[in-house]
Design a protein around this ligand. Structure first.
Ligand code: NAD
Ligand code: UDP
Ligand code: UDP
Length: 314
């Protein structure tokens, strides 16, 4: 019998996945990081390569996988709109076929399995803030559908494997998360604004910047993942994980300019189709079930993220 818990992290070379791998390796688990490097990179986990309890595997979750594990964190899926819309059919396959394969693996191994779902299951929400019982307002045929509906279907699969095959599942609905190791060309708002500011380029505000988002620092999010995985078996989720501090995109741009000391101007570009107008998590359930809430304020988290980007963009 292996002495360490064997944990598979799919999408482990991506932004959030790499932070999770670091945390799990530090805790002493045997970590298998699986990725097809579509948006992730080996650089994100390069410093773990010489650790005895870490291994890296090139694999695409849309294909079956036969290994032996105790826990699975299923994060594989591009998360930035420009990347998930690059090959939308593959995005849906990644969420749906990926979920089926990882659930099949969990079923065969008797492993506990975690799904990285998303606040996008709420679409452009008509209820504010969003609690888990809100069923959402998603456009199934719009450009975000491949991501939103893929993630919704993955949730369905998780709950059917739970009911039909008694799998031990955990479903987290993640709200906008940021931090070091986002790609400079990731395309999401926090990395875009910081990179633009550091390079002295204009900050691109889509629409008039009055739309809102709530930004969670990655370390807080990973703490939520660990608590959800460790919670008692009746805590299946879905459970919101995010920071309820809500900001307009214009406020975020102004904060980034202040904090970087950049001379950049703000320019308005076209608002993408189906871009949600507001988003803010109700985290009452996470507080109650996991005793979890974010501890890192936006300014502090942005400070750490700006410091990271200063070292990678010139
Ligand atoms: P990311 O793009 O940095 O990471 C995704 C990782 O999955 C990458 O390493 C990518 O190469 C890998 N991947 C993609 N398709 C794959 C496939 N078919 N097989 C194997 N690997 C594949 O994004 P992230 O921000 O780290 O997001 C991680 C997870 O969290 C995603 O499932 C995303 O949907 C979810 N999520 C993230 C946020 C956020 O704000 N960051 C919000 C909601 C949900
Ligand atoms: N699967 C996998 N690894 C395993 C077991 C299953 O990748 O160790 C995949 C396999 O491709 C299968 C899917 O998971 O199609 C679903 O498995 P399940 O046992 O639920 O269904 P079935 O094999 O009957 O399709
Ligand atoms: N956004 C922006 N400028 C950018 C990138 C994004 O104004 O350079 C806006 C985008 O239109 C959205 C918000 O910021 O309203 C968050 O976008 P992101 O792609 O980070 O995440 P999501 O829309 O999936 O929440």
């Amino acid at each position: 019998m292996p002495s360490r818990k064997r944990i598979l992290v799919t999408g482990g070379a991506g932004f959030i996945g790499s932070h999770l791998c670091h945390r799990l390796v530090e805790e002493g688990s045997d970590v298998i990081c699986l990725d097809n490097y579509f948006t992730g990179t080996k650089d994100n986990v390069a410093d773990l390569m010489n650790r005895i309890n870490f291994e890296l595997m090139r694999h695409d979750v849309t294909f079956p996988l036969f290994i032996e594990v105790d826990e699975i964190y299923n994060l594989a899926c591009p998360a930035s709109p420009i990347h998930y819309q690059y090959d939308p059919v593959q995005t849906t396959k990644t969420s749906v076929h990926g979920a089926i394969n990882m659930l099949g693996l969990a079923k065969r191994c008797g492993a506990k399995i975690f799904q990285a779902s998303t606040s996008e299951v709420y679409g452009d929400p008509t209820v504010h803030p969003q609690a888990e019982d809100y069923r959402g307002n998603v456009n199934p045929i719009g450009p975000r559908g491949c991501y939103d509906e893929g993630k919704r279907c993955a949730e369905t699969l998780f709950f059917d494997y739970y009911r039909q095959h008694q799998l031990n599942i955990r479903v987290a609905r993640i709200f906008n998360t940021y931090g070091p190791r986002m790609r400079p060309d990731d395309g999401r708002v926090v990395s875009n604004f910081i990179v633009q500011a550091l390079q002295g380029n204009p900050l691109t505000i889509y629409g008039d910047g009055s739309q809102t988002r709530s930004f969670c620092y990655v370390d807080d999010l990973v703490e939520g993942f660990i608590r959800l995985m460790a919670a008692s078996d009746d805590v299946t989720g879905p459970i919101n994980l995010g920071n309820p501090g809500e900001f307009t995109i214009k406020q975020l741009a102004e904060l980034v300019i202040d904090m970087t000391g950049a001379n950049s101007e703000l320019v308005n570009e076209q608002l993408p189709e189906d871009d949600p107008l507001q988003r803010c998590p109700d985290i009452s359930l996470a507080k109650e079930k996991l005793d979890w809430q974010p501890t890192i304020e936006l300014e502090k988290g942005l400070g750490k993220t700006i410091e990271y980007f200063r070292s990678v963009v010139h």
